[in-house]
Design a protein around this ligand. Structure first.
Ligand code: NI
Length: 226
């Protein structure tokens, strides 16, 4: 399940980019797993830098009460957002993300269930740089407006196409979901979205809406870990 989510306005993106564009970047291979490091050519903001933390917190604040994110990911833990930049000729070849990430300077481990990429460059700022995600029904290629984010299952193979001109800036992070299995999260998401549209039509008090809401909550009870 691949879901786009609107996070930041153009004004907010401009403020973030102003700070990112004047900061120091390092080689992106510092955080890649051994399989991924061979195919990763890009730059990252140092994870422990105050700017990465400050902007990462701004993203987490924007997402804290985001209904679509909560419905789709049911997040339990979120790895602090990181930032990367691809310049001309840079790319991230076909790879799968590490299953477990250890939060820097903490003993906290995050199982990567849901991956997120938040686009901070407009599509017309660069050529190439599409994110391609392999799924059950083939490949999907994504290039979103600045301020929008894509969610995809962390178990999927993915890649970032080489940049042929311009610069692509984004933030990326992982979530451990309360519901470990992708198929179960998908069903819960579809059910929740249907309940929301039925609620809109008939109100919370409608018998069927209440029954379906009960089923949704009981499925969460069966499948979630907290
Ligand atoms: Ni990746």
């Amino acid at each position: 399940m691949i879901i786009p989510i609107h996070v930041f306005s153009k004004t907010q993106v401009a403020r973030i980019r102003e700070q990112l564009d004047k900061s120091d970047w390092v080689d992106g291979r510092v955080t890649a797993g051994s399989q991924a490091s061979g195919v990763k050519i890009n730059q990252q903001l140092p994870e422990r830098s105050p700017l990465a933390r400050q902007l990462g917190d701004a993203i987490l604040t924007a997402l804290a009460n985001h209904p679509l994110l909560i419905s789709a990911a049911l997040p339990l833990k979120i790895y602090p957002p990181m930032f990367n930049r691809y310049r001309q000729g840079e790319t991230y070849g076909h790879h799968v993300d590490n299953a477990i990430r250890v939060v820097p300077d903490a003993i906290v481990r995050v199982r990567t269930d849901v991956s997120a990429t938040l686009f901070l460059s407009e599509p017309d700022e660069y050529e190439g740089g599409e994110l391609t995600i392999e799924g059950k029904y083939g490949e999907q290629t994504v290039k979103l407006p600045a301020g929008d984010m894509i969610l995809y299952p962390s178990c999927s193979l993915h890649r970032v196409a080489p940049i042929t001109s311009g610069v692509r800036v984004s933030s990326f992070f992982w979530m451990q979901s309360m519901v470990r299995h992708n198929e179960q999260r998908e069903m819960l998401f579809d059910l929740d979205q249907s309940i929301q549209s039925l609620t809109h039509l008939h109100g919370h008090q409608h018998d069927d809406v209440m029954r379906l809401t009960g089923i949704y909550q009981n499925m969460i009870r069966l499948w979630s870990d907290t």
